[in-house]
Write a new protein. Structure first.
Length: 214
């Protein structure tokens, strides 16, 4: 479901999406740019220091994502964007719950492979257009620097009552939500919401039985 181009950027997604719990209070008061910049170093260092994560230990990745990523992502909104408004609005609460669970597992397993590639990357914040007063969404632009050409990695954040939450990620200009929506739409058109849930579940089962550590 995830394109190779998108997968190649997932290691950087993890590096910048992550947030140490000690910074949780700051999300509501700090500018999104400051938030992203500060937590990048923390998470990159954590990944580089954990050989199990670098080796693709899925259980460790799940702990990392749940503790440092998910509290700071509006994952319901991200899943809704990936599924598409038409089908998301048609889904029952139980179907929405299952879609989020399977989509999360899909991304976590992609992360586990991408994390094994984290070596000497650093993240640099790029100049962004100033937010309009009262704006509810913004884009934070970054570059991931390492061997080879820099990777453009941008984050769309939405201001909520709980602070700024990430709702989409752009890898080399390609939206993670839109990329998945394009592939999900084929399954949704053929088999509906339950068909997509089943397909994602099967992909996750295949990945889990394909030699991934747990």
């Amino acid at each position: 479901m995830i394109s190779k181009r998108t997968f190649s950027g997932l290691l950087a997604v993890v590096a910048v999406l992550g947030m140490s719990m000690g910074h949780a209070w700051a999300q509501a008061v700090k500018a999104p740019e400051t938030l992203i910049e500060e937590v990048s170093v923390d998470v990159l260092n954590a990944v580089k220091a954990d050989k199990s994560i670098q080796a693709g230990d899925v259980a460790k990745v799940i702990v990392l994502v749940d503790a440092k990523v998910m509290p700071h992502v509006n994952f319901q909104k991200m899943t809704a964007l990936a599924v598409g408004g038409r089908y998301w609005n048609q889904a029952t609460p139980e179907q929405k719950k299952r879609l989020q669970e399977e989509f999360k597992t899909l991304l976590v397993r992609a992360y586990s492979g991408a994390l094994a590639q984290v070596k000497d990357q650093t993240v640099r914040l790029k100049p962004s257009r100033p937010m309009a007063e009262g704006a509810k969404t913004t884009i934070v632009k970054t570059e991931v620097l390492g061997k080879g050409d820099p990777l453009q990695l941008d984050y769309q954040l939405e201001k909520t009552d709980a602070g700024w939450k990430i709702i989409d990620v752009y890898v080399a200009g390609v939206s993670l939500a839109q990329s998945n929506q394009n592939s999900f739409s084929q399954e949704l058109g053929a088999s509906g919401i339950d068909g997509l849930i089943s397909k994602l579940g099967q992909l996750n089962k295949n990945a889990a039985s394909g030699g991934s550590k747990s």
